[in-house]
Design a protein around this ligand. Sequence first.
Ligand code: PLP
Length: 408
Amino acid sequence: MAYINENYFKLPGNYLFAEVARRVLAYRETHPAADIIRLGIGDVTLPLPAVSVEAMRQAAAEMGHRETFRGYGPEQGYDFLINAIINHNYKRRGLTVEADEVFVSDGSKSDCGNIQEIFAIDNVVAITDPVYPVYLDTNVMAGRTGALGPDGRFAGVVYLPSTAENGFAPSLPETPVDMIYLCCPNNPTGTTLSRAELAKWVDYARKNDAVILFDAAYAAYITEPDVPRSIYEIDGARDVAIEFRSFSKTAGFTGTRCGYTVVPKTVTAKAKDGSRHPLNPLWNRRHSTKFNGTAYIVQRGAAAIYTDEGQEQVRENIAYYMENARIIREGLTAAGYTAYGGVNAPYIWLKTPDGMTSWEFFDHLLQEKNIVGTPGAGFGPCGEGYFRLTAFGGREDTEKAVARIKEG
Ligand code: PLP
């Protein structure tokens, strides 16, 4: 008899974007002529940087010749990409990351979902609320939580409210926690943690023997000097933090798939007998057992963004999205909304007006303005009363959406 993993039953049925799609479809059926603008899902719209396309073209040609063909590569990634990552994102900033601390993958969703496997099942998980749902859902699937309560919270999880009231800088937990997920810049709020705020978490982790799982998928969007691009900019973080990065939002790789995780050899945790062990060999074992390496062609495409030309192209794309973010944020403010984010991230997080719930505001925006966004409640209980718009749309659509919102 094969039994199933009943933890999956704990997850609520309706996936956020499926419900969004269902409502949009229902509206379209009754309003076929509506010009619907989508500023909902966080996917990029600009094409890949030309340098990446060219590098992948060349790599594909190599794969077509016996002399240059490559089969399985190192599970951890090719040296040419790992060295480029280290030089560009760490060494140049005075940070130490060694080659065997970087694990190239098919994107950071897999990594931040899979990392929990190397931790004991009875660890207490802390997550900021609202946040990217993958951290929580994967811990639910693993059985590291109790059931979902009527308040929208899973038993056994420590939620760290991140709202306008605390400036989107969550307070330290009041009860002990072991694994702390931080996302900076944060999806969905588009807000960030300052150097001092992040130092507070590193200090907490060091004192309480906790591990920080730091998702920096949007690091390339940071504009303000006081926001760390990497958690390793904080003293002592190399002892307590694992960092996730992605080429998806940095270089348009959402459909091409490449990311990486940094697991310093100095990050340790205890076994039940009290002995202390580095996490790096555990992740290496997990990664090389369950993953067979990112495609060579894709890794060549990713490495190309670290050339001067590549950096210029990436900067241009990010500037395009961040100009959209400015247009949305300023437009919302001019229309009387309270809006957050959009300065160091391609997300704008607005307070729903007149005490509307986030799904009520979704319906209002869809029906009155033909604009699709994402209800904040889909990212955690503290997202209720907020709404996410993304800067990943085209300029024309973004301007049109803002004009419609301003019309009142
Ligand atoms: N982390 C955050 C915070 C995200 O918002 C996303 C994607 O939207 C990811 C990770 C996943 O990125 P990837 O495309 O690398 O899997």
